[in-house]
Design a protein around this ligand. Sequence first.
Ligand code: DGL
Length: 255
Amino acid sequence: MKKADLPVAVLDSGIGGVTVLRELVKLMPEENFIYLADSANAPYGTKSTELVREITLRNVAALFDEGIKAVVIACNTATGAAAKTLRETYDLPVVGIEPAIKMAADLCDRPSVLVMATPLTLKQEKFIDLKNRFENAEDMTLLPCAGLVELIEEGHTDDGVLDAFLERLFEPLGDKKFDAAVLGCTHYPLAAAGISKRLPGVRLFDGSAGVARQTKRRLVSEGLKRPEGLTGTVEIRNSLSDEEINRTVRKYLYT
Ligand code: DGL
């Protein structure tokens, strides 16, 4: 098999990475993808950096042994924990995702930005460095959303259960107004409709389309891109071997 025909591995703790996978497939339908939802270890965002790094390295090692040509870490939490080590370990393009602060900060002059992410993402050095690069960082409000990933995994993406959860989550913010909100976890765009109800008129940003474009750039520059016009494949699996999870990923991928 030619190296270009090997699959691109796309990883997340669960179904959330499908928000990145669908951008990848839209942009490069000719590529072969393996999507791994690591449901056995979800959620990542309330674990330690060391543990998420160890889990991610283990998952990538297994996929590498099968044969892959690139890795897309479709998880903000795992990117912060493991991207650097993966790049040091493997001679493969490794593309990660980080909260789309730049896009939100460019919305208008000194926007007030809400950043929603997992507790671990917001604590990581990588995120703190990113945030400090913006001169209007003091207008950023960080909202660790422990529990939101689990609700989305359970299908509460726009219902009363999500509304009640968000009501409690947003309580400490009082009536603070925002121009933009960053969905800094790949699960959250799946609940964009429900989140928007809590943030009327606020523009939501996520980095999934940017990750797809970056992956394409890397494949092209490494000579690993399949020619356009071919038909690629998408293999979806999860570490619990639960067919229901695969069905959910497929539903989001093709709707
Ligand atoms: N989708 C992951 C992210 O982007 C969720 C992490 C988790 O499992 O808590 O951070």
